[in-house]
Design a protein around this ligand. Structure first.
Ligand code: BV8
Length: 253
């Protein structure tokens, strides 16, 4: 079979998933691109073009200008609230249901903070970088479910400290339990599906290579593949187009 061609690669990837005994998936911003959410590296549109995401998604940025950071997240939260899961999200839910029916382990690890995997029905989801729809206070991490959205950054009703999005900023530790589940899935899976990530952010970017070293087959779905290793099966294309073909059992070029 000509594995260099996309149909050949899809057929090979489908076969790997068909015979898998444990599957782990890592998604990045690319899987939400077809839901209208700009990827992380493309997010800086409009008035944000003079910033890099790394310059705003960090505690120091919030400490020095909380209003600016709060406003960036308020705009992103509004965009996320209007977005719907796309065919890529739905395909991963279908895969999880199919494997669940065969009592095969499935773990979906996402770097995304948009909550669209939950919206699509996925159940065993690890949100490594938190969720932009949730808000907590800066000092004590008190969860807050209602606040005044205005120019001033709201304060925590319990301790008075400023509110912030419940996401993991650069330089912050990832949720211990989620990270442990992600590493365990990468170590124990025999098929690792990596979708829509530039693999630039650690420790998430290490997961496909942990799986590879543990003997898993790694499949990457990305219009611009980012995982540099010869053993990785690359499906060059958009998640919303390729995942249904990979998981839905559709044939064709
Ligand atoms: C940590 C939440 C321990 C916020 C995010 C120096 C000091 C401190 C830390 C570090 C340091 N040097 C390195 C580090 C570690 C740092 C890091 O990795 N930095 C990078 C920039 C070098 N990591 C951390 O700080 C992490 N914490 O390590 O704690 C520690 C603590 C202190 C000191 C040292 C270590 C915390 C990282 C979490 C950061 N928070 N998000 C928010 O969203 O605002 S990360 C952010 O990037 C998003 O979550 C995003 O998902 C993630 C990764 O980006 P991608 O998802 O890959 O998105 P990207 O736009 O890059 O790429 C999109 C891809 O999709 C592309 O490949 C494209 O081709 C593809 N695509 C496009 N369209 C489609 C598609 N694919 C498929 N279909 C399509 N249609």
């Amino acid at each position: 079979m000509d594995h260099d061609s996309l149909p050949g690669a899809i057929a090979q990837a489908r076969d790997l998933l068909e015979h898998a005994t444990s599957v782990a998936v890592l998604t990045g911003a690319g899987i939400s691109a077809e839901s209208g959410i700009p990827t992380f590296r493309d997010a800086m549109t409009g008035l944000w073009t003079k910033f890099r995401p790394e310059d705003l998604a960090m505690p120091e940025a919030f400490a020095s200008n909380p209003e600016r950071v709060w406003r960036w997240y308020a705009e992103r939260r509004l965009a996320v609230s209007r977005a719907l899961p796309n065919a890529g999200h739905h395909a991963l839910f279908a895969l999880e249901e199919r494997l669940r029916g065969r009592d095969i382990d499935f773990t979906l690890v996402t770097q995304n903070v948009d909550g669209l995997h939950h919206e699509a029905g996925s159940r065993n989801v690890v949100e490594l970088h938190g969720n932009i729809r949730r808000v907590k206070c800066f000092d004590r991490h008190h969860a807050v479910d209602a606040w005044e959205d205005g120019d001033a950054v709201p304060a925590c009703p319990r301790c008075g400290s400023l509110l912030r999005p419940d996401v993991v900023w650069f330089g912050e530790m990832l949720p211990r339990d989620g990270l442990a589940r992600a590493f365990a899935a990468a170590h124990s899976c025999d098929v690792f599906l990596c979708v829509g990530t530039s693999a630039l952010v650690d420790p998430a970017a290490s997961l496909p290579f942990i799986a590879l070293e543990a003997g898993a087959r790694v499949i990457e779905v990305n219009p611009q593949p980012s995982l540099a290793h010869d053993a990785i099966l690359r499906l060059e294309g958009a998640a919303g187009e390729l995942l249904p073909r990979l998981i839905g059992g559709e044939t064709g070029a």
